[in-house]
Design a protein around this ligand. Structure first.
Ligand code: SAM
Length: 445
């Protein structure tokens, strides 16, 4: 593809996202677009994706400039602004790409031409920009993130706006970390042990993993180091009865199966049966044989009541705004329909209340989200504890040595007893988790 044709493809994808009436994530729209165009080669795919994600990563500042130039943020103007402000093209280079030749975009219209002359040579940042714009923080999350991050707000926002490294979890049902490093090296991929997760690897660069022996044989799974730590905090051991209540496609379920060495039982439950189906394929490849998939009608499905007090460990990886995953999904910040935080937090409490019924006396419930907002974490847990005197928060520092005796606890990760991971501090996605223990049954005479 020519550079101009790549720009056209990127604008087409932005148009499809804009025209859709759902909040389809950019990666799934782009994936569908590329599947229908198999002729687009890998270098072109990478370049197209970089432009699309570039418009999202820099959206607040691009919009600020468009607003100042009285231009609407349409896909074509967004791309023009991106190429000038982020890719640092000059107006002449831009016009050469927008010349209508073959697959190139049509030449700039008058207002676009005025815009191009206005933006060319400007730097993306401007001293008049409000802090939230400089930090690429959407309005709906600003107050909550400022409250959660305090003076680290801008630093964490910058880290949340960078591309994440690729992390792998070694599937100990198939092999060791050393074997995984060696298998990846055979495919020319350099991996080093993660800082905190004893079963993690961090890759250098962004290598294509699809065809590697390590991935195809189930020896490794792509999983952020923070997600790995969260699964380890559950403390599932061989022989236990465990529920992964919001299992989705089973990223953490598979990690739990490996901790349990296939002994005992894990129920992977979710209201989304299609996501659970994806787990069916993954568990075969991962040689995980102790997982039972349980589609739920709602969080109050009768299955929950029937299994009251039956489980040693219950993980609730609750649906959330995903503010901690913006490194991977920068488009999630700018969702069109807006995010109904009150509705989401009510659902999180419903899920937590219902899933807690599954925990046996003396068992543990781990509540986690990939959001940094207190409204989705500490506030939910505080509300839960207020209504459930039989549970207590086990402070992270108290639980860590028993759960991960050989791994260093990430610096400042214990925030008031909760695990709090963030990209600037720990190089992981943002996660918050609470370990809640149900009192053991008291002996009655
Ligand atoms: C953060 S995702 C889980 C990701 C998954 N644990 C993993 O590691 O890949 C949240 C999940 O909660 C599920 N969910 C949403 N509402 C639910 C409900 N009312 N009861 C149970 N699960 C729900 C969603 O379908 C989604 O799969």
């Amino acid at each position: 593809m020519t550079p101009g044709a790549r720009i056209t493809a990127a604008i087409e994808v932005l148009e499809i996202i804009r025209a859709g009436d759902t909040l389809a994530p950019a990666d799934s729209v782009l994936g569908d677009y590329l599947r229908q165009r198999r002729y687009i080669g890998s270098k072109d795919r990478t370049a197209i994706a970089a432009m699309i994600y570039g418009t999202y990563r820099n959206r607040a500042r691009i919009n600020w400039w468009l607003d100042h130039a009285r231009s609407k943020p349409r896909p074509r103007t967004l791309m023009i602004a991106y190429l000038l402000l982020v890719e640092r093209m000059d107006a002449k280079q831009l016009r050469a790409l927008f010349d209508g030749y073959h697959y190139n975009q049509q030449p700039l219209e008058k207002p676009e031409s005025v815009l191009a002359d206005r933006l060319a040579g400007q730097s993306l940042d401007h001293p008049d920009m409000p802090e939230a714009v400089r930090g690429e923080c959407p309005g709906w999350a600003e107050a909550g993130l400022r409250a959660a991050l305090g003076e680290r707000f801008l630093e964490e926002m910058a880290a949340l706006n960078k591309e994440a490294a690729t992390d792998l979890r070694v599937n100990t049902l198939v092999g060791t970390r050393e074997e995984a490093i060696a298998a990846l090296a055979e495919d020319g991929i350099f991996a080093k042990p993660s800082l905190y997760s004893p079963i993690g690897l961090r890759l250098s660069g962004r290598p294509a993993l699809g065809g590697t022996k390590a991935l195809k044989s189930g020896l490794v799974e792509v999983q952020d180091e923070g997600s790995q730590l969260l699964a380890l905090l559950v403390g599932a051991v061989p022989g236990m009865q465990v529920v992964d209540f919001c299992a989705g496609a089973g990223g953490k379920t598979l990690a739990l199966a490996a901790q349990m060495q296939n002994k005992g039982r894990i129920v992977a439950a979710d209201v989304n049966a299609r996501r659970l189906e994806r787990l069916a394929l993954r568990q075969r490849r991962a040689a995980a044989h102790n997982i039972e998939r349980r589609p739920l009608a709602t969080e109050r499905d009768p299955w929950v009541k029937r299994h009251k007090d039956k489980f040693d460990r219950v993980l609730v990886d609750a649906p959330c705004t995903g503010t901690g995953t913006w490194r991977r999904n920068p488009d999630a910040k700018w969702g069109r329909g807006g995010i109904d935080l009150a509705e989401l937090t009510a659902l999180q409490s419903e899920i937590l209340d219902s899933a807690a019924r599954l925990v046996r006396p003396g068992g543990r419930l781990v509540y986690a989200t990939c959001s940094l907002l207190a409204a989705e974490n500490e506030d939910r847990v505080a509300a839960f504890l207020a209504g459930h005197a039989e549970f207590r928060l086990v402070p992270l520092s108290e639980a860590w040595p028993g759960l991960l005796p050989d791994a260093p606890m990430p610096e400042a990760a214990d925030a008031g007893g909760y695990l709090r991971l963030s990209p600037a501090r720990h190089g992981t996605d943002g996660f918050v988790a609470a370990i809640l223990e149900r009192q053991p049954a008291t002996e009655t005479a």
